[in-house]
Design a protein around this ligand. Sequence first.
Ligand code: SF4
Ligand code: SF4
Length: 435
Amino acid sequence: MSAKIHSVVLDKEKCMGCTNCIAHCPTEAIRVRHGKAYIIEERCIDCGECIRVCPHHAKKAQADSLDLLGKFDFTVAIPAPTLYGQFKDPYSIDMILTAVKALGFDEIFEAAEAADIVTDELKKLLKSKEENVPWISSSCPAVVRLIQTRYPALLDQIVRIESPMEIAARLVKKTVYPDKKNIGVFFISPCPAKITAVKNPLGSTDSCVDGVLAINDIFTLLHTKVSGLGKVEKLGRASSRGVSWARSEGESHSVEWPETVAVDGIDNILKFLEELENGKIKHVDFIEAMACPGGCVGGALTVENPYICKARIIRKAGKIEPPAESREPLKQEHESLLYMNADIPPREGMKLDPDFRKALEKMAVIEEITASLPGLDCGSCGAPTCRALAEDIVTDTARKNDCIFVLRDEIRNLTESLAELGSWMPPLLPDEEKK
Ligand code: SF4
Ligand code: SF4
């Protein structure tokens, strides 16, 4: 499927061209030209940073609406555990899940329950001590796309186990309700990256998720439901370790392995992956990497402060009791459902030219232009750095005098030339003087 299917889009009407977003994009995918931002689709990883920082709410995520449920005869919700942290402590996980069901779903399968299954698979992988260590978790789709775009040399280190969202959807359709016809599976998401992971899957040929609802779109309705609940159903089945995946360190602690590390926040991840690529990270077997600050609790489609959400997740996870009845263990014939079934190829978005020789030539020109720019990385040209402007000039999407300092010098030179030319002007003829 095309790299051009994205959930993060620009509302052009709302964009004021302020350039706030360009410096925060981890793949330099945003430019501002003619007073409006635009996203270079081949580079965007749908991390949602631009949604978070735009003061004019001009960037948004395209999620599905609850109306889509009407297309299916039987519907299952897969809530991300981050949803639990959006509600105050008196609202238990079972209360929240009962309220989700009251939105119109027939059944619930928690993403956290699938996280429990992934945890067991990760433990097996780590025990096998294969060569690819350190393994990098595949649970954050923004990080997987970041590696695909900026650090392709690390692609082989990504764990080939599917995300809890996708595993939950596959199990719902293939093992839990295999006889249901026209079944619709909906993920309730804290971030745009997971919406894109469904519309444009990576590592698997297609997704078993039929729709994705954004937490911030349904929160008000869900809050009304949860605060007016009658009977509460016992719906939670995930363990406390599965629920903890909502926050940073949840996944890495759950594998109970000594040499793990948890990195969260896109800037920290950029630095960490750079060091990893340069061979500076040693003695680590497993890397949990979450693009949002604090993990999924900091997702751009949540409503609660990430620190408050994290604290609630810790408290709610601590209160979990074992479920009254457990599901059947996964049959061996279904174990392939836990794994990716396609390659994760490097993304071409950052390449200057498919021809290596031409790319090298362009690189040399970029260096030359960069050296001639002021090096302030001020963003006023609409590119995030002077080097990015140089790249845009070489790829014919910008001009050198988009740089206001270059433009200023050009105007000054022009003015001086005009003044000089003026001083060389021939004297007026007598007839002209009378006019
Ligand atoms: S932050 Fe970016 S998208 Fe938002 S108004 Fe400024 S330029 Fe436009
Ligand atoms: S979603 Fe992330 S990668 Fe895409 S344009 Fe926004 S900040 Fe850049």
